[in-house]
Write a protein that binds this ligand. Structure first.
Ligand SMILES: [Zn+2]
Length: 432
């Protein structure tokens, strides 16, 4: 299958942030076969499909490096509470009522929302993850999935076994769209012995670790009280940061923590909306970036955001640091956009395949409708996207060379069916 997208401005997000005016993209099967100026492509009419990109802007799909997709169920439930109270009194008791097949529909709801906002890859940590994997396979999106692990308790070995089974059954499935990580939840939910077991599993499977880290001041204070050191230092001493680690939040960091994250090349998933909504604080991303740490963007679950828009996170990331530090030069738009794309790919170890539009990369491409008032005049695409763009500007989406959305219509997901199933689950869980 060969598709040509022509007459389109293209933000490649390659190393030089190359921009093509009125360029074209050739998609051949799952990959980008050509990208560049129209005059350089030898048009031979051997295309299966030609798309006219007039009035659109092409760019790599957004990458959401930290979420819990099935938590769409809890969108709008239990708002305005601190993290620990929110989790222990509201979310965890409700999660106990979830059954396996619920996760499929709740994941599909999240995937539909993400695709419509131009998110083509997400990293997830939750339970019943094989159902999420099934939703990834059916919808055509790209997913990096981990079983959330807590312990030790009576079920902690089963959870480890489920993470292993997720890898056995799903690693590389969906034409390589599904990747698996190991997901120890956090230092406050995993004892050192259990963190070590998770680390051993990640080593054995040769995959990365996805963990929440230094999200709240309370987490850091409790860790210092219990172990005499910060969560970052605690993981460092356990050896858990020796492999590929994706750390969500990293809101409360000392200089030593920053140095450790840099030394171990830990990838950070910055989740500004969730950190704001839960009152957790504001992550020092300008310090992280100065230190040389890779910072990507995550939405966290829909219960603490309350949507799954990477464009929103991108705007927040760019704006908050400027305001808090009273310094408008921090986190310029180009950096924010790189956090949402290439840095996301690096955070997931997928930078050779996705995150930028380059020949031989996977064709994870989005088209935005820029023939709209908030994109005029057509001065600077990157600043427009970060400071005035909306998720609803996304017009078309391809993942792995397959078109998943056309003119905002999802081609692989029956939205009405998803809404119906999610309503049934909601009524059952909430007892209404
Ligand atoms: Zn989270």
């Amino acid at each position: 299958m060969i598709t040509l997208i022509k007459n389109i401005d293209i933000l490649t997000m390659d190393e030089n942030n190359t921009l093509y005016k009125n360029g074209c993209i050739l998609i051949e099967d799952s990959k980008i076969a050509f990208i560049g100026n129209q005059s350089e492509l030898n048009m031979d009419n051997s295309y299966d499909k030609i798309e006219d990109g007039k009035g659109k802007l092409a760019m790599p799909g957004f990458i959401n490096t930290h979420t819990h997709v099935a938590m769409t169920l809890f969108r709008g439930y239990a708002n305005d509470l601190p993290l620990m109270q929110w989790l222990s009194q509201k979310i965890w008791p409700m999660e106990d009522k979830l059954i396996e097949e619920d996760i499929y529909w709740l994941s599909l709801l999240a995937i539909a929302e993400m695709l419509r906002g131009g998110v083509t890859t997400f990293a997830d940590m939750y339970m019943f993850m094989e159902e999420t994997a099934l939703a990834v396979e059916h919808s055509g999106v790209r997913g990096v999935l981990a079983r959330g692990l807590q312990g030790p308790d009576e079920n902690s070995q089963r959870r480890l076994e489920e993470n292993r089974r997720l890898w056995e059954n799903w690693q590389g499935r969906g034409d390589g769209r599904i990747q698996v990580m190991v997901g120890p939840h956090a230092v406050y939910t995993c004892e050192p012995s259990y963190l070590l077991e998770a680390m051993e599993l990640a080593k054995e499977l040769d995959v990365g670790i996805h963990i929440h880290l230094s999200e709240t001041r309370q987490e850091v204070d409790n860790c210092i009280e219990k172990y005499g050191k910060s969560p970052v230092r605690h993981l460092y001493d356990l050896g858990l940061l020796d492999g590929h680690v994706l750390a969500a939040h990293c809101v409360h960091l000392s200089q030593e923590d920053l140095d450790i994250l840099k030394e171990k090349d830990v990838k950070v998933a910055h989740c500004p909306a969730s950190n704001l909504k839960l009152g957790s604080g504001i992550a020092p991303i300008s310090d992280m970036i100065k230190t040389g740490i890779t910072v990507s963007l995550g939405t966290d679950g829909a219960a603490s955001n309350n949507n799954l828009s990477i464009m929103k996170e991108m705007a927040l990331a760019a704006l908050i640091s400027k305001g808090v530090e009273e310094e408008p030069t921090l986190i310029p738009a180009t950096l924010a956009l790189r956090m949402a794309t290439v840095n996301g790919a690096k955070a997931l170890g997928l930078q050779k395949e996705i995150g930028s539009l380059s020949p031989c990369n996977k064709a994870d491409i989005i088209l935005l409708d820029v023939h709209a008032p908030h994109y005029y005049p057509h001065t600077d695409w990157i600043n427009h996207l970060v400071y005035s763009g909306h998720s609803s500007d996304v017009h078309s989406v391809w993942v792995n060379g397959k078109k998943l959305m056309d003119n905002r219509e999802l081609l692989t997901i029956d939205l009405e069916q998803v809404y119906g199933e999610v309503n049934k689950i909601y009524k059952r869980i909430m007892g209404e």
